[in-house]
Design a binder for this molecule. Sequence first.
Ligand code: GMT
Length: 378
Amino acid sequence: MKQQPLKIGITCYPSLGGSGVVATELGKLLAEQGHQVHFIAHSIPFRLGSFHKNIFYHEVEVNDYYVFRYPPYDLSLATKMAQVANMQQLDVLHVHYAVPHAVCAFLAKQMVGDQLKVVTTLHGTDITVLAQDESLKDLIRLAINESDAVTAVSEDLIRETRELLDITRDIDLTYNFVDPRVYYPRHSESLRRDYANPAEKVLMHISNFRPVKRVGDVLDIFDRVQRNMPAKLLLVGEGPELPKIQCRIKEMGLEDKVHFLGKQDEIAHVISMADVLLLPSEKESFGLVALEAMACGVPTVGSTAGGIPELVTHGETGFLAPIGDTAAMAEHVLTIFKDAELAERMRKACLQRATTMFCNELIRGKYEQIYYRVLGRE
Ligand code: GMT
């Protein structure tokens, strides 16, 4: 029997970042299924794009009253969540990232009443970094324990949440997903010619250039590879480590072999230029970018941090090595580059795995099941 469509509020970080991408893409999929989706955030989620039927946006305006030294965004968000829930008769409020969103949802539920069900999705640094902070730990634990359902994007993140916060409640596994209508191998030959000649291999790294991404390791791996065969490195994204990385590239004498592409929207086109994606992170609850690469037929060479091994099957859809072992990672890249048959096998395995295990429809269905479960409408 087909379930009744729901009214779902979604709060996420609307600017660049994996958690915002997952939340926005999920909202779009849910709207396509006939659910009414209400984004509640401080600005329009960057992936939302143009008009969508069934999608509404409610902007959180921060009260800058003169006694406030710091305008209280969290309180404005909680109030907005409650207002939208009451006005739109929301069934579910789905918040992405524990701090402050799950805490605000807890407050909103106190104002609205128990008929509003709260689903919290943990994305990674909200636990692996923030839950290590003693001043936030109790608050995060409260928000998680008081949610009607909690999901996390990898088994590893579930384990870490339990360990760090001493939590015993059920946590559902909801992997990141890709839309196969958007993420598939693109013809990027002419784009690629702007950066590399046909004899050169292309290595790529895409991130927010934060210390956890270990972009210095990306340079080390690339340096070892380019000493063995002609290659180029394309760096995509921006972030706090970028100036340091630029200096390091000069020191290493690699200026002619490394290109900066900055932030990019058409990620499927960009990734399709690569022969290998590098993801040597220190922490990575899942690694959405490696999934996007996988869906474009590009294998990942990276670290065994966090949830990466749940996504990248070592020897099949890429290769993994311990965090910081750049020599092993470079060897893995060379193994792929020197064996055309292996590279082709990996390309096929990537496409197969991305479209089966991490297909958007599958994961969307999982979230819907969770919504109906908390509403007692299974
Ligand atoms: O990778 C980042 O630093 C951004 C971060 C975020 O909060 O948006 O990404 C996290 O959530 C993504 C979506 O679930 C995951 O794919 C990323 O692995 C995770 N990042 C980390 O755990 C460092």
